[in-house]
Design a protein around this ligand. Structure first.
Ligand SMILES: C[S@@+](CC[C@H](N)C(=O)[O-])C[C@H]1O[C@@H](n2cnc3c(N)ncnc32)[C@H](O)[C@@H]1O
Length: 315
């Protein structure tokens, strides 16, 4: 299947995302006569074939949605072989690397290919991703996944240690992205890979000590405008809550001048006249509100990005 070309109907061999609810989604390659088991019972692959992407398909104890596999859905359902990057960081990386159709990008390491899928979509249809991974099995699996998602013409996975051996390409990349334990060792090689006319770099690291070393390496290698940010995503929960009205009238008030007293009285009257129904002390009111959750995902990592200016000028 071609992950970058949305189509209407599911065909045999397609990858679909089976959506049970917002927390339970599974990637599934549709194969005739096979059955997928979920908490809603058995889902026959034959019932998915020919159905519309986005539609409901019946199981023995309920129904599920079958969704088209976008890079975003792939990120939250892919089989993990490493830690991966998620949508909040990915979106900032794509903006900060200034990626667009036609961009040439170097990425290390490939890991589970979460970021790679989003990079490929951003640079399609005529860009190219050179992605590097020194772990043999991970490199192999990533290449197979790109092939089965119809992305092979936009990406090449190379098994290589970019810290010791560099990227093996000179002056071709518009942007370089690093998600490595020791990115500072790859930074000088990144400067070599970037185009003569200049380009962007971005490095993801969980620890501030890694960031410090990476920033220094960037400065020494000729990168400028070095910025480090942390991107935290906060979800608001929409809930109905009941609150008790507290009137502060009964508490001692600060002594005000007669003029200020008069002004406050007028303001209170205006406020009261604006209310549909004045609430009394101790009364309860129920309304919808948006609350930050008590617990939410915290630190993932720091993103450090910078520009590499015209190569000859930065020497
Ligand atoms: C955290 S994972 C990358 C995850 C990836 N960004 C994603 O979203 O799926 C880091 C990967 O870098 C690889 N790696 C570490 N050092 C490397 C090096 N010097 N050269 C190439 N790959 C390296 C590791 O094998 C690992 O798979």
């Amino acid at each position: 299947m071609d992950m970058l070309k949305y189509k209407s109907l599911v065909e045999e061999g397609d990858l679909v995302i089976v959506y049970l609810d917002i927390r339970h989604m599974y990637p599934l390659t549709v194969k005739r006569d096979e059955v997928f088991q979920s908490k809603y019972g058995a889902l026959k692959h034959n019932d998915i074939i020919g159905s519309k992407f986005g539609s409901c398909v019946s199981c023995t104890k309920g129904w599920v949605y079958v969704l088209f596999p976008t890079p975003e859905l792939w990120t939250i359902t892919l089989p993990h072989r490493t830690q991966i990057l998620y949508a909040a960081d990915i979106s900032l990386i794509i903006v900060q690397l200034d990626l667009k159709p036609g961009s040439i990008v170097c990425e290390a390491g490939t890991g589970s290919g979460s970021l790679s899928h989003a990079l490929i979509r951003a640079i399609a249809p005529d860009g190219f991703l050179h992605t590097f991974e020194f772990h043999e099995k991970r490199a192999e699996v990533a290449q197979e996944e790109f092939k089965s998602h119809g992305l092979s013409h936009l990406v090449k996975v190379e098994r290589r240690d970019v810290c010791s051996d560099g990227f093996g390409i000179k002056r071709v990349a518009d942007a370089v992205f690093l998600d490595l334990p020791n990115p500072w060792e790859a930074v000088p090689h990144a400067a070599t890979a970037i185009k003569e006319s200049g380009g962007r770099i971005c490095s993801f690291s969980p620890c501030i000590e890694q960031v410090q070393r990476t920033c220094l390496a960037m400065q020494v290698s000729g990168f400028r405008d070095i910025v480090t940010v942390e991107c935290l995503q906060r979800t608001l929960e929409v809930k109905k809550i009941t609150q008790t009205i507290i009137s502060f009238d009964k508490y001692d008030r600060v002594k005000l001048t007669p003029e200020a007293n008069q002004k406050e009285k007028v303001e209170e009257e205006v406020e009261e006249s604006n209310q549909e129904k004045p609430m009394k002390d101790g009364e309860t009111v129920t309304h919808w509100t948006a609350l930050p959750p008590l617990q939410s995902a915290g630190h993932t990592g720091y993103l450090t990005y910078a520009s590499f200016l015209n190569f000859s000028e930065s020497q």
